[in-house]
Design a protein around this ligand. Structure first.
Ligand SMILES: N[C@@H](CCC(=O)NCCCC(=O)O)C(=O)O
Length: 248
C-alpha cells in the first residue's frame, strides 16, 4: 500500500509583534489535504535543501498571498511605495517551481502562486491590472464580507483541448477574483488554459511538464467542496500526487 502523498505548501513570512513567522492559510492546507498530507515549507532560503524537498514531496502547492513577487524577478518597474513583498518567499518558490516541474513533481499554483509560476518560466506581471489596457478591476473590495470577497465575480472562458477541459471543466464557469496583479507576458512553454472576459489570462499549464502543472489566478481552495469545478482541480492534482507517491 503506497503511503499517503506528502504535499508541500510554501509559506509566507509574516511579522507578528516582535517576531517573524512562516505561515500558510487554513483554506489552502485543507484543500491540499484532498491530495495528501500537507506540510508547510518555511521560506528559509539556503537553509532549506531543495533536493531534499524534491526527493521527499509528492506534490507542491503555491498559495495566494497579499504580497507580490518583487518586480526585479521579471525586469519590471519598481513597485509603488508601500507595495507588500515577500522576498524570502520569492527566494524559495521561484527556483523550486522550475525544479519541481523538471523533476516531474505535480505543481499547483494559486493566485500569487500562479504569478510565481509565470515569473519562474520567464514571464512578467501587470502590477496594477485595473490600470493596464482593457482589463477590468479584478480586486476584491476589502470591506466586503469574506463570503462576498471570495464569491463568484466573473466568467471564465476555458480553452478547449487543455488540462482544464480534460479535468471536466465546462467551456464557461464563474470564478472568484481577489487580485490586483496579473499576467502581462506569458512565460515560455506555458499554455493558456482560461481567459477572463476582458482577455486577462486566468490559467495556464506547463506544456512540457511530465506531471500535473497548473496555475490559476482565482481561488479554487475557497469552499472547494461547494464548487465542483474548483474540486475537479484539486482532484486532478491529487491523482497526480498519488501517482508520484506510488512510484516510490
Ligand atoms: N498579491 C497578488 C496575489 C493576490 C492573492 O494571492 N490574493 C489572495 C490573498 C489572500 C488569500 O490567500 O486568499 C495580487 O494582488 O495579484
Amino acid at each position: 500500500m503506497p503511503r499517503m502523498p506528502l504535499i508541500g505548501v510554501c509559506a509566507c513570512t509574516r511579522q507578528i509583534g516582535h517576531h517573524g513567522f512562516h505561515i500558510a492559510g487554513d483554506k489552502y492546507l485543507r484543500a491540499a489535504a484532498i491530495a495528501g498530507v500537507p506540510l508547510v515549507i518555511p521560506a528559509l532560503g539556503e537553509l532549506i535543501d531543495q533536493q531534499t524537498l524534491l526527493d521527499s514531496l509528492d506534490g507542491l502547492l503555491f498559495t495566494g498571498s497579499p504580497s507580490n513577487v518583487e518586480p526585479h524577478h521579471y525586469q519590471g518597474p519598481a513597485s509603488e511605495p508601500g507595495t507588500p513583498h515577500d522576498p524570502s518567499r520569492d527566494q524559495l518558490t521561484l527556483p523550486l517551481i522550475r525544479a519541481a516541474v523538471d523533476a516531474g513533481i505535480p505543481v499547483f499554483g494559486i493566485c500569487r502562486g500562479f504569478q510565481e509560476m509565470n515569473v519562474a518560466f520567464g514571464g512578467s506581471l501587470h502590477q496594477k491590472v485595473h490600470e493596464a489596457g482593457p482589463y477590468q478591476d479584478h480586486r476584491e473590495r476589502p470591506d466586503d464580507p469574506l463570503e462576498v470577497q471570495y464569491g463568484l465575480s466573473h466568467a471564465l472562458h476555458v480553452q478547449p483541448g487543455g488540462l482544464l477541459a480534460r479535468l471536466g471543466l465546462p467551456s464557461e464557469i464563474q470564478v472568484n477574483s481577489v487580485h490586483g496583479q496579473g499576467v502581462e507576458r506569458l512565460g515560455q512553454g506555458l499554455r493558456i488554459e482560461a481567459l477572463a472576459p476582458d482577455g486577462l489570462i486566468e490559467a495556464f499549464s506547463v506544456e512540457a511538464a511530465r506531471s500535473f502543472a497548473l496555475g490559476v489566478q482565482w481561488h479554487p481552495e475557497w469552499k472547494v467542496h461547494e464548487h465542483p469545478a474548483y474540486l475537479a482541480l484539486f482532484q486532478g492534482f491529487a491523482e497526480a500526487c498519488r501517482a508520484r507517491a506510488a512510484q516510490r
